[in-house]
Design a protein around this ligand. Structure first.
Ligand SMILES: N[C@@H](CCC(=O)N[C@@H](CS)C(=O)NCC(=O)O)C(=O)O
Length: 266
C-alpha cells in the first residue's frame, strides 16, 4: 500500500473514531446556537378587532415581548381612521410602528420580530427537516389561502356557485391544509410555530363566511381547538377582541357542493 493510501486510511479511521465519541463532525445546523436577540424598539400595533392584526398581538403574547395596542374599542371605522392617518395609501390592519418605521404585511412583521428579537423561537432551525413547513405555510396563508378565499367570496356574493371551479378554489386550499394536518400536529411540523399564527385567520374566514363545508375538515377543526386553548391566544383575545367578533362580513348563503372536481389546464 502506498503512503498516500495509508494516510487516507488513517484519516478515515481517525474520523470514524472521533465521530464515534462525538468529536469529529461540526455541529449540524439544527443544533447551532441561535443568533443573539437584538434590542426591541418600541412597537405599536394598529389594530382592527377580529382582523389580521390579531396575529401580531398573539405573536407578542407568545414571546412575552412588550407592545402597545391601538384601536377604538367597538368602532372598526374609528380604528381604521387611526391606521389611515399613519398609512393613507394602504390603510390595512396590521399596520405597525416599529421604532421609527411603519410596517405593513403581517408575515413580514412577524418574521422581522422573530428573526431579530426572538431568534430560535417559534420556528425550526435552518437544518431541521421541519424547516420548510412553516416557511411554506407562512407564505401560503396570504399568498394562496386568503387571496383565493376572498376572491371566491367576492365572486360568490354576486353569483352563488353551482359547482366547484376546475381551478384551485377555496375548498382545495383548505383541503391541502386538512391533508397536511393529518400527518403533522402543527403548521410548523412537530412544533407550534409562527405559521400556525398566520394560518388561523384565513382558516376561520373559510368556515365563518361559509366558503367551505366545515364538516369536511375535521383535522382543521381539531387544530383550531388546540390553538384556541393556548394561554397566549386567550390573552390575545382578552386584549384585542374584548367584545368578541364585531362587524363580521355577511356569511355566504351557500358554498359549492363539496367533493371532487374536473381538473382543467389553467
Ligand atoms: N396581506 C396583508 C393583508 C392586510 C389586510 O388586508 N387587512 C385587512 C383586515 S383583515 C384590511 O385592513 N383591509 C382593509 C381594506 O382592504 O381596505 C397582511 O397579511 O397583513
Amino acid at each position: 500500500m502506498g503512503n498516500a493510501m495509508k494516510r487516507l486510511l488513517l484519516a478515515c479511521t481517525t474520523a470514524l473514531f472521533l465521530t464515534g465519541i462525538g468529536l469529529a463532525l461540526p455541529a449540524p445546523a439544527a443544533a447551532a446556537a441561535p443568533a443573539k436577540a437584538m434590542p426591541l424598539p418600541a412597537i405599536t400595533i394598529y389594530h382592527l378587532e377580529g382582523r389580521r392584526s390579531e396575529r401580531v398581538v398573539w405573536l407578542m403574547e407568545e414571546l412575552g415581548l412588550p407592545y402597545k395596542l391601538e384601536f377604538k374599542r367597538g368602532d372598526l371605522a374609528g380604528s381604521m381612521a387611526q391606521i389611515r392617518a399613519l398609512s393613507p395609501i394602504v390603510p390595512m390592519a396590521p399596520t405597525v410602528q416599529y421604532g421609527d418605521q411603519i410596517l405593513v404585511e403581517s408575515g413580514a412583521i412577524i418574521e422581522t420580530i422573530l428573526n431579530r428579537h426572538a431568534p430560535g423561537k417559534l420556528q425550526p432551525a435552518l437544518g431541521s427537516p421541519d424547516y420548510p413547513y412553516p416557511l411554506m405555510w407562512m407564505h401560503y396563508a396570504e399568498g394562496s389561502l386568503a387571496s383565493r378565499l376572498f376572491s371566491d367570496y367576492r365572486a360568490w356574493q354576486t353569483k352563488p356557485p353551482a359547482q366547484r371551479s376546475p381551478l384551485v378554489d377555496s375548498e382545495a386550499t383548505v383541503q391541502f391544509a386538512e391533508q397536511y394536518l393529518g400527518k403533522h400536529p402543527w403548521f410548523g411540523g412537530a412544533q407550534f410555530s409562527a405559521a400556525d399564527i398566520m394560518m388561523k385567520f384565513p382558516l376561520d374566514v373559510a368556515t365563518t363566511l361559509n366558503l367551505v363545508d366545515v364538516a369536511q375538515f375535521p383535522n382543521v377543526a381539531a387544530w383550531k381547538s388546540k390553538i384556541e386553548a393556548r394561554p397566549a391566544y386567550q390573552r390575545m383575545l382578552a386584549k384585542a377582541r374584548p367584545d368578541g367578533m364585531i362587524g363580521n362580513l355577511p356569511k355566504l348563503p351557500q358554498h359549492p357542493p363539496a367533493g371532487p372536481r374536473t381538473p382543467r389546464a389553467p
